[in-house]
Design a protein around this ligand. Structure first.
Ligand code: SF4
Length: 372
């Protein structure tokens, strides 16, 4: 997949909807606020969308960087079908350019090898069903840039009773966002920091767009949780964490789960140390004090920070260690077994028993057939 070979004859290239022509002859992609303005043959910043035959196309429909069965807690989602397994996959490219990217081999890849697996939406949904996964997650890179493929996969999954999860940075324009989330059951949104200066300098994006997405989701049927990757010296000040949590309580309510996860040095930020577990615990204390009820630490062993507590009686209703549920005291409908208080989330039956396993899956080799 190279910039020179953009062509509608490519079986993985499909037309898209969210774009318009400009008076100067360029076409503008309207999926995200990057607003890439493209000449014929050019690709957008995300690399997977580009212009061919005077329209914006998606060049990675039906191609993946890999498939893996994960615990749903790894997305991370702690209040969505707990303990179940999820078939995760991603493509290539990203519409952000985070200096601390933890998946840069995928998100910044321009190599055909990254997209070496092929899967039609129907094949993907059937694979999830065969493997006993209760959901499929669009993850590793941001699904907004391959939304046409993600939406078709979601529809195929729903036909089989399999739910869909978007892991996203929430950097998307309102019209495509509304269309995309009509097809999603759950989401985890990265809230990378709580200053516009950080977003502009470190991710080359804007904070207000992400906050808009969070407010949009709060008024939708999509179950969503939020993740903040805590980076020492960059977004870990008490005042910033407090401001973030106060905004979440005020605009989304106290029931939205928030995950503070540990940074490890990567990509262009190798000079920054890994996040000490105590920093995550401090962030969690600040969040709980601000009124959020479900605050978790991630990427560390911290049973306290990974336990869900009933807001009614204070019982520990889901005790976790990393991705493993060690004790579970919720009924099939998500009510506390001790006092009957319903926990927020999507609960449907007993907790799953997938544990912390990670199972790589091969579907097909790209180039071996048409994805349509
Ligand atoms: S989705 Fe990609 S091509 Fe479209 S505006 Fe965003 S970065 Fe540019």
């Amino acid at each position: 997949m190279t910039a020179e070979r953009l062509s509608l004859d490519d079986p993985y290239t499909v037309p898209t909807q969210h774009w318009h022509a400009l008076a100067d002859g360029r076409v503008q992609c309207d999926v995200c606020p990057r607003a890439c303005r493209l000449h014929e043959g050019q690709r957008g910043l995300c690399f997977v969308r580009g212009r061919v035959a005077d329209q914006v196309v998606l060049t990675s429909y039906g191609r993946s960087s890999g498939f893996c069965v994960d615990p749903i807690e790894k997305k991370p989602l702690n209040h969505f079908l707990p303990g179940s397994s999820v078939l995760s996959f991603g493509t290539a490219g990203c519409n952000l350019a985070c200096r601390f990217c933890q998946n840069w081999d995928i998100s910044k890849s321009r190599e055909i090898d990254t997209l070496s697996q092929a899967a039609s939406p129907e094949a993907l949904a059937a694979t999830a069903q065969r493997l006993g996964c209760r959901s499929v997650a669009f993850t590793y890179n941001d699904p907004v840039i391959f939304m046409e493929y993600a939406v078709d996969v979601a529809d195929a999954c729903h036909e089989l009773g399999i739910r869909t999860v978007a892991v996203s940075v929430g950097y998307m324009n309102p019209a495509p966002r509304a269309e995309f989330y009509r097809h999603m059951d759950a989401a985890n949104i990265d809230l990378k920091a709580f200053t516009d200066a950080f977003y502009e300098k470190v991710t080359f994006a804007r904070l207000p767009v992400v906050l808009d997405t969070l407010e949009f989701l709060a008024h939708s049927d999509v179950w969503f949780e939020i993740t903040t990757l805590v980076i020492p010296g960059h977004n870990d000040a008490d005042a910033e964490i407090a401001a973030e949590c106060e905004w979440l309580v005020e605009h989304l309510g106290p029931d939205v789960p928030l995950h503070f996860t540990a940074f490890h040095p990567d990509f262009k930020m190798r000079d920054v140390p890994a996040t000490p577990p105590d920093t995550l615990r401090r962030a969690r204390r600040i969040a709980l004090a601000s009124g959020l009820r479900y605050v978790y630490t991630g990427n560390v062993h911290d049973p306290d920070g990974q336990t869900t507590t009933c807001p009614g009686c204070g019982a520990a209703v889901a005790v976790r260690d990393w991705y493993v549920i060690e004790a579970y005291e919720l009924g099939d409908d998500g009510r506390c077994r001790h006092c009957g208080t319903p926990l927020p989330g999507r609960f449907d039956g007993p907790a799953g028993t997938w544990g912390s396993r990670r199972l790589p899956v091969r579907l097909g080799r790209a180039g071996a057939g048409s994805p349509h």
